[in-house]
Design a protein around this ligand. Structure first.
Ligand SMILES: Cc1cc2nc3c(=O)[nH]c(=O)nc-3n(C[C@H](O)[C@H](O)[C@H](O)COP(=O)(O)OP(=O)(O)OC[C@H]3O[C@@H](n4cnc5c(N)ncnc54)[C@H](O)[C@@H]3O)c2cc1C
Length: 161
């Protein structure tokens, strides 16, 4: 019997939990198509809820990985990390990237999650040690500041539920 080969190219914007779910679902149905993942962050996919445990020293970056190191290779994914999709051209079926390049697609998934809303409080932009808390980089930046201030008097204000 002739093996069916898919010529489809899937582009996924975002490299987190939703992207992993999509890759696994695609590969159940299509073993041959090309999958390209474009991710703004520079990290292997990690479990976002664990960033507070990292900050507490209760886990490590290695243990935060949401899938093993071979995940992308085993699923034949081309990974473009540290890369942001800045525009989509639906007519040409293209995703334009911030590195000046682009990816064409047959199927596109926008799996960009959510980003924190920083309220427009006057003066907030001038606060030096101001953080949001949704990414690994947020946790690292906050951790660095907390470590620097360990010997000083530190007062932290948390805004939000
Ligand atoms: C501190 C914390 C604790 C949490 N605890 C829990 C919990 O206990 N239980 C629970 O169910 N959920 C929890 N969540 C929520 C959970 O992490 C999210 O629901 C989940 O991560 C959503 O996955 P996602 O793939 O949809 O999006 P995200 O995880 O938000 O990932 C989206 C990715 O897309 C990237 N991206 C965005 N724009 C672009 C672009 N233009 N180009 C390229 N890449 C882009 C982002 O950088 C990001 O890496 C928690 C979240 C946080 C922050």
């Amino acid at each position: 019997m002739k093996k069916e080969v898919s010529n489809l190219k899937y582009v996924i914007i975002g490299n987190s939990i939703a992207a992993v779910g999509a890759v696994e679902a695609i590969r159940r149905n299509d073993k041959e198509g090309r999958i390209v993942i474009v991710g703004k962050e520079k990290y292997h996919v990690y479990s976002r809820p664990l960033i507070s445990y990292l900050l507490m020293g209760k886990t490590t970056e290695e243990k935060m990985k949401y899938r093993n190191d071979d995940f992308y290779r085993e699923n034949q994914c081309e990974l473009k990390l540290n890369t942001t999709a800045v525009r989509i051209d639906p007519k040409e079926k293209k995703v334009i990237l911030d590195d000046g390049g682009y990816e064409t697609y047959d199927r596109l998934l926008v799996a960009t999650g959510s980003s924190p809303v920083v309220p427009p409080v006057p003066g907030l932009k001038e606060v030096r040690n101001r953080f949001t808390f949704t990414s690994l980089d947020d946790a690292k930046a906050l951790g660095d500041t907390l470590n620097e201030n360990m010997k000083g008097i530190l007062k932290v204000l948390i805004v939000g539920p």
